[in-house]
Design a protein around this ligand. Structure first.
Ligand code: GLN
Length: 199
């Protein structure tokens, strides 16, 4: 059984732990470098990415986490977690730190100009069955994805606008702009648990 950590600095930590357990993993909150060093993979919940990057620094997790991700540890970032895993974040604060792992450029609060929060049913590559019900809360979108990045889901554009990428995978790093921990559907977490098993 894979042992998956949930970064426990901000956000829906308990919900992610519960979803990972439903999906067949062992799940533990991670707040310290020693806890990070023993997990097989890590979930980065949503929250506020600038605050999370500051908390990562004060908990002395920023460098250890960068190193583990660079060494191939599977990671799954939701919303602010996606922003942290991106190579670059647009509309961020100057002191925003990136963890890397995903060769994407994201735009923070991207949908906010149209609507702060919304829900949508999405086709999600690699997830069979009914569409994934996605809850977006001040969500980013992926503005540019590198060649090694698989696009897994998009929000269709309104007439006259383009579709926006909201779920990606690069190797064992998965990210969604939405919050799969709040819907009771554990299929996205199951996809991540499978990535951890294969890694
Ligand atoms: N808007 C937040 C940010 O920029 C992300 C919101 C979320 O994680 N729900 O970090």
């Amino acid at each position: 059984t894979p042992n998956i950590g949930v970064l426990a600095l901000q956000g829906d930590v308990r919900e992610h732990v519960a979803m990972l357990e439903h999906a067949g993993a062992r799940a533990t909150p991670v707040r310290r470098p020693a806890e990070l060093s023993v997990v097989d993979g890590l979930v980065l919940p949503g929250g506020e990415s600038t605050t999370m990057s500051r908390l990562l620094e004060s908990f002395e997790l920023l460098e250890p986490l960068r190193e583990r991700i660079a060494a191939g540890m599977p990671a799954f970032g939701s919303c602010a977690g996606m922003i942290l895993l991106a190579r670059q974040a647009l509309d961020g604060r100057p002191d925003q730190q990136q963890l890397g792992g995903l060769d994407v450029v994201v735009r923070r609060n991207a949908f906010g100009r149209q609507v702060d929060s919304f829900e949508a049913d999405l086709d999600f590559a690699g997830i069979a069955g009914p569409p994934v019900h996605a809850v977006f809360i001040r969500a980013p979108w992926v503005e540019k994805a590198g060649d090694g990045v698989d696009v897994l889901a998009e929000v269709p554009g309104e007439p006259g606008t383009v579709a926006r990428i909201v779920a990606v995978r690069q190797g064992a790093v998965l990210a969604t702009a939405f919050h799969p921990e709040v819907t009771g559907d554990e299929r996205v977490h199951r996809l991540f648990v499978d990535l951890v098993r294969k890694a």
